[in-house]
Design a protein around this ligand. Sequence first.
Ligand code: ASP
Length: 589
Amino acid sequence: MSRTSRRTHRCGELRAEYVGQRVRLGGWVHRRRDLGGIVFIDLRDRAGIVQVAVGPSAPEDVRRAAAGLSGETVVELEGEVVARPGNMRNPELATGEVEVHPSKLVVVGPAVTPAIPVARGKGEELPAEELRLKYRHLDLRRSEMQANLILRHRLLQRARRTLAELEFLEIETPILTKPTPEGARDYVVPSRVHPGEFYALPQSPQIYKQLLMVAGFDRYFQIARCFRDEDLRNDRQPEFTQIDLEASFIGVEDVLGFVEAVLVALWDEAGQRVARPFPRITWREAMERYGTDKPDLRYELAIADWTAQVGPLGVPFFDSALKNGARVRGLAVKGGAALSRKDVDQLAETAKQLGGSGLAWVKRQGEQISGSVGKHFTAAALGALGVGDGDVALLAVGPDRLTSPVLDRVRREVIRRLGAKPTAAHAFAWVVDFPLFEPDPESGKPVFAHHPFTSPHPDDLAGGKLDSDPFACRALHYDAVYNGNELGSGSIRIIDPAVQRRIFALLGLAPADAEARFGFLLHGLQAGAPPHGGFAIGFDRVVMLLADAGSLRDVIAFPKTTAARALFEGAPAPANPADLRALHIKVER
Ligand code: ASP
């Protein structure tokens, strides 16, 4: 119901069926064209644009007001909806069959000249993003941003509805909390009343949702704002929104089922039909075949192990790595001969930048075999690698930790450069059986791959691997991926306090520290904990994908820049000295 005490409709709602009706509208002057005898105003609100025509027969005061209107001014008007003559219809506008002839028109919100334009001509570039973020109130008036945030709203409501129907309870958890480790730094908040003590903003509601399971709520969800002080990358925000859920008396199957139900509903809300169940792939297989834990499965191209087929190639780095027992892994790219010399050189350069030892290549075109290591291959040898006429083989050698990221990147680049056809529009998948720990890149010590509350795989726990070979230990940890994007993570949790203590110890936490930091969880687990597990969907990313937006910042009303600054309000900013004194804080630079 768009009607209020001041208007009868939204501008963008008017259609041919309203012809003859008197309406009251309010909106922003999108564009104004003065054709001498007649002034056309495109009036805009969240529903869209309607044309307002002020001709010679309009009352004098209306004509005067219309003559002086500048862009982005807010006006209210009353008038009649009139059918446009056939040749004046605008099929590109939903309201294009009608216009409004006002009998009253009042400026209620005069506007200074906008710092960035709201109305844009076709093909006209957007203002620089810094300006868009600084003058966000104007940027948000653009139809694309309005559409993105309206879609976001609809997706949120759909997620809520879907989870409520699955008997999940929406329960809020605190924002002023104790640190929950998710692998990033905390944003801390000083306490004024407890000098020298701090709250942390939640990196996720993880511990709280587990305690809600201990408390017997059975199925919880929350549209949770999370905060992580990370070195920012282009696709991260320091505060972001997760659809966070947790359930009790469940196994992996149940959680995957719940999450699939939500994702399918969200895609449906955006008009996309997708099928479930999603296929599953183990983490090991994903790393082996695609070099990444978030493979884009729309494309068949996969990494192969060619160690057995490929011998020394007369290239020093290659041969010495082989001698040291490294594996040769490669991509047989169908139609890859279409890649130019420059393409391949750029791929090799990318490989080097990623710290790999480089990329060797062979091109097969008819009788001709060329490429950096072409002379070492016969047509038959290439055939055995699956490299046919018109194809290219791209080879990397070295430890997996180097070749995987190189071949992942090269695979994505090759797909892009060849304009490869996807085999499906939507490729959802579950990546399961992640390792429990990863080696810290500097110290080599175990750090958690997900978070320290993730249950080890029962077979590995029973087999004693936790102590004998922690890095070989798998976790009941699963990620949802979609077209090469990670949509979220989750796991089955540890409910045995003794196992939880062992994990803390393996991560290098002394018992007293574990007690001080996570005592409230450990006490909860001792109090009778049901088997439980959950998941968190990265909601901003989902909206970005469904809105086909270029960045997370295009689906968040007031986002931060990649340097974690809020340009609109100017945050962070120095605090006033009196406030700092009250907080018992001295700033050292
Ligand atoms: N707390 C986890 C995260 O933020 C999600 C989960 O394990 O449920 O990634």
